[in-house]
Design a protein around this ligand. Structure first.
Ligand code: HPA
Length: 239
């Protein structure tokens, strides 16, 4: 048990898939894992552990923003011996050429966030994905014939902001999309020398204001979920 996760150490798998939303964690776990059990519900941040093709996988929520994913990923790496955390989230695209539903594998997360400086005295405004998971995801997507993009994204601290259409840091670094968690996850993984990846589905387009409906959201996340589970299976063998 840790401060925010009331599971026993052996109840958390070495590879964790991490949506932002606890009910998304529940939905993905109940529809994709065998022998699934709820292992944490502190603050309704649900974590489920089960097996996918006979490999143990945990699916647990991060909540929203760097401070929240910072807490859960820190405890998973440090207290539960987790080797790989793969965020599976949604993002808003900064380019009108990137359609809704597109899946993005995050190469670099740029941010104005003070998270890494505050936590570890890391001065950088960007962190790369950590370890082999990014490459394994790209290989798995190719093998599954799922076309994905990879590139830089922007982890913002504010969803609502005056410069929402293209913040300076996103413009300067040609970020494909906005989300709010990858920067802290990558910083924590770097600090602990662990593996981290961030897979995102485009749920809205910041330029065109298109958004996917709630029914479409379910369908769209299925592609990312299938890819994430297959990649998690391979990552489990690789780490
Ligand atoms: N901005 C930030 N985070 C997001 C967005 C967005 O437009 N869409 C989904 N997560």
């Amino acid at each position: 048990m840790s401060v925010h996760i009331a599971a026993k150490k052996e109840e958390i798998a070495p590879v964790v898939l991490m949506p932002g939303d606890p009910l998304r964690a529940k939905f993905i776990a109940e529809n994709n894992l065998d022998n699934v059990r709820l292992v944490n519900s502190v603050r309704n941040i649900y974590f489920y552990t089960g097996t996918y093709k006979n490999v143990s996988v945990t699916i647990g929520a991060s909540g929203m923003g760097c401070p929240s994913i910072g807490i859960y990923s820190y405890e998973l790496y440090y207290e539960f011996g987790v080797q790989c955390i793969m965020r599976i989230g949604t993002c808003g695209s900064y380019l009108d050429s990137i359609p809704l539903f597109k899946v993005i594998n995050t190469d670099i997360a740029f941010s104005e966030s003070t998270y890494a400086k505050t936590a570890f005295d890391y001065p950088e405004d960007h962190f790369y994905h950590q370890g082999t998971a990014f490459d394994i995801i790209n290989q798995t997507a190719a093998a599954m014939n799922i076309p994905i993009l990879s590139g830089s994204i922007h982890s913002g601290d504010a969803f609502y902001r005056a410069d929402r259409e293209l913040p300076a840091i996103a413009k300067a670094n040609k970020c494909l999309a906005a989300e709010m968690e990858a920067f802290a996850l990558f910083a924590n993984a770097k600090y602990f020398k662990k593996t981290a990846a961030v897979l995102l589905t485009v749920s809205d387009n910041i330029i065109t204001h298109q958004v996917i409906s709630s029914e479409e959201r379910e369908r769209s996340l299925t592609t990312m979920t299938r890819l994430a589970l297959e990649a998690a299976h391979k990552i489990h063998e690789a780490i």
